[in-house]
Design a protein around this ligand. Structure first.
Ligand SMILES: NC(=O)c1ccc[n+]([C@@H]2O[C@H](COP(=O)([O-])OP(=O)(O)OC[C@H]3O[C@@H](n4cnc5c(N)ncnc54)[C@H](OP(=O)(O)O)[C@@H]3O)[C@@H](O)[C@H]2O)c1
Length: 175
């Protein structure tokens, strides 16, 4: 399974959950300094995000059984193009951009599924099911290791760093 934007909040949780469920996880990151962090969360391989972020071929060698993508744009297009027959890619974010410069080839020739993820309007029963899975599947030590706590007064300093992709994992703001 591939996770993009792996050192971010969504990516860190995805790496931990998937590895805990027994999947072999490849983490894609622009921060090779976080190799150790991502391996501690359960990644068995860490790749540089430049492998995926440039315009690529519409259809490539099959590499992933599935993926969680927090990045969008060319990265998501390349992930879809290199997902194995019958695989599913979850589109969660747009850290690289909201565009999707892809073709339909992986969908109609490999039966790849692109699954949308929305946490804002998600209906309550589905949230409860997701929370139940987090309660049973998310390792609390891993959650601690990916979580930084900060105060409301730190937000003005944190926000530009978050947008620049410099904040690791998740940040909990105490209010
Ligand atoms: N669909 C939903 O319901 C939902 C819910 C939550 C968040 N989101 C979206 O999901 C995305 C990730 O959220 P997050 O909370 O994990 O944010 P985050 O902590 O800022 O993580 C985003 C990660 O994306 C990577 N990244 C940043 N800029 C990039 C670029 N130009 N090209 C390629 N990769 C880049 C970085 O990871 P590396 O340093 O590892 O490369 C960064 O840590 C955001 O776009 C957010 O809006 C969606």
């Amino acid at each position: 399974m591939l996770v993009t934007g792996a050192a971010g909040g969504v990516g860190s949780v995805a790496v931990s959950l998937l590895s805990g469920l027994g999947y072999e996880v490849t983490a894609s990151t622009g921060r090779r300094s976080e190799d150790g962090y991502l391996r501690d969360l359960g990644a068995s391989e860490v790749i540089d995000r430049v492998e995926l972020s440039e315009p690529g071929r519409p259809f490539g060698e099959e590499r992933w059984a599935g993926a969680v993508d927090a990045v969008g744009s060319h990265t998501l297009a390349n992930v879809i193009a290199t997902t194995r027959y019958g695989g599913t890619v979850a589109a969660c974010g747009l850290a690289q951009g909201p565009d999707l410069p892809a073709t339909v080839l992986p969908f109609i020739l490999r039966g790849v599924t692109l699954a949308g993820v929305d946490s804002v309007h998600c209906p309550l029963p589905r949230r409860v099911a997701a929370w139940d899975r987090l309660a049973s599947d998310l390792d609390l030590d891993a959650l601690d290791s990916m979580t930084t706590r900060a105060d409301l007064g730190d937000v003005l300093d944190l926000a530009p760093r978050q947008l620049a992709g410099e904040v690791r994992g998740r940040t909990v703001i105490g209010i």
